[in-house]
Design a protein around this ligand. Structure first.
Ligand code: SF4
Length: 123
């Protein structure tokens, strides 16, 4: 499981909601970029929702658990709470002024701007 994706323990773990909207995909893009830049790991939220025991244990071992949600429904934060994974940072992108649409390809400028804002909060 952990050897074939990035769902292993690390100090900082990102859980994007990855929803079917611009803000859901913005959450996903931000998480992927942060992971590729070495700021933490992009974790499989679906594995938490499925209560895969090893993945839940790895998630609980993180010292920063960052839920990145697109909108106030907060699917990522709620999925983590349901599995008793303590969220240390709960980000909602619409709270940052991003309007929710159904464009699944958020602009790179939007990714960059919100990624930097998130980094400033968790660092
Ligand atoms: S938080 Fe909002 S954007 Fe993300 S999956 Fe849930 S409904 Fe979709």
């Amino acid at each position: 499981m952990a050897e074939t994706c990035s769902c292993s323990a690390a100090p900082t773990l990102f859980f994007p909601c990855s929803g079917g909207s611009n803000v859901g995909q913005l959450a996903n893009d931000i998480s992927r970029q942060l992971a590729m830049e070495g700021h933490g790991k992009h974790f499989c939220l679906a594995g938490i929702g499925a209560h895969i025991s090893g993945m839940v244990a790895s998630a609980k071992a993180g010292s920063k658990i960052v839920a990145i949600d697109g909108c106030p429904l907060k699917c990522a934060a709620k999925t983590l709470a349901e599995a008793n994974v303590p969220v240390t940072h709960s980000i909602v992108l619409t709270d940052w002024g991003v309007e929710k649409t159904y464009n699944l390809f958020p602009e790179s400028e939007l990714v960059q701007k919100n990624k930097e804002r998130l980094l400033a909060i968790i660092d």
